[in-house]
Design a protein around this ligand. Structure first.
Ligand code: ZN
Ligand code: ZN
Length: 265
């Protein structure tokens, strides 16, 4: 019945198509997977009203000390030696807990690829809302080609594609993971840096001065993100990171005072 009908001026085609799809496939809550009935009551439309009570928001994180910072002033670590840190700041939409663990495992291991659209859009909102970083390009953290073949997809690339779409900028692989590694979650926090040393190389398409948003699913010690950022930074890019969830160790939480101040964020 819609064939041949013109899209009204100023109203993109995908807008009403998405609305129509929404009637048949209403959004499901990321945590409990129940349908979100009344979107106006849900946090950012992605969590139902009861699950939203458990949501711990993220924000901007200093990659050096692991603490949260606001726009003014930024973390003192960044003011001291901004050029020495390949990763300028990290954006996250949440603090990691068992609910986010399930969301990420669904996306990563249980083929719930539909969550990538929601999470990518949410992540993009975090970037534009902060007004702190204006990227030219979104770049996913790559998987080794054998790992990607085995899984069938790279969850970080799915997130990156949707975030880029919402930010209205391109998404491009600028890194290759040329060494297979043990899963970071399978080894101790102390050994993770060594595990990812020199595992990434550039595709050679980096333009000096580019502002790049590197996308991954989780940030824990930051070893993977920092290693990838170092390759891009070495070729002249300014690099920011963005993840779904931040999982700081208890030591970092205590050191930064964040543990006690959870309610303030
Ligand atoms: Zn729910
Ligand atoms: Zn800091």
């Amino acid at each position: 019945m819609f064939r041949g009908r013109e899209t009204p001026p100023g109203q993109p085609l995908k807008g009403w198509v998405e609305n129509l799809l929404g009637l048949f496939y209403p959004e499901r809550c990321l945590f409990c997977k129940g349908f979100i009935e009344r979107k106006e009551e849900a946090i950012r439309e992605f969590l139902c009203f009861s699950c939203a009570a458990y949501y711990k928001p993220g924000g901007k994180i200093c990659p050096h000390c692991g603490g949260f910072f606001r726009d003014h002033p930024p973390c003192a670590c960044l003011e001291d030696n901004p050029d020495e840190m390949p990763l300028r700041a990290l954006f996250t939409i949440s603090l990691y807990d068992h609910r986010w663990r399930e969301v990420i495992h669904d996306l990563k291991y249980r083929n719930r690829r539909s969550a990538a659209r929601i999470l990518g859009f949410w992540l993009a909102g975090e970037i534009t809302g902060g007004g702190y970083c204006h990227p030219d390009l979104v770049v996913p953290i790559p998987l080794h080609r054998l790992k990607e073949k085995e899984r069938g997809y790279n969850q970080s690339a799915l997130l990156a594609v949707h975030a880029a779409k919402k930010l209205n900028i391109p998404c491009q692989y600028l890194l290759i993971k040329h060494k297979e590694t043990a899963s970071q979650t399978a080894i101790s926090r102390l050994d993770r840096r060594e595990n990812v040393r020199e595992v990434f190389k550039s595709t050679g398409a980096i333009q000096p001065g580019m502002i790049i948003l590197l996308v991954d699913d989780v940030y824990s010690t930051g070893s993977t993100m920092k290693e990838a950022a170092a390759v891009l930074h070495k070729e002249g890019a300014e690099v920011y990171g963005a993840v779904i969830s931040y999982n700081p160790g208890t030591l970092t939480l205590k050191k930064t005072g964040f543990y006690e101040g959870l309610d303030r964020w």
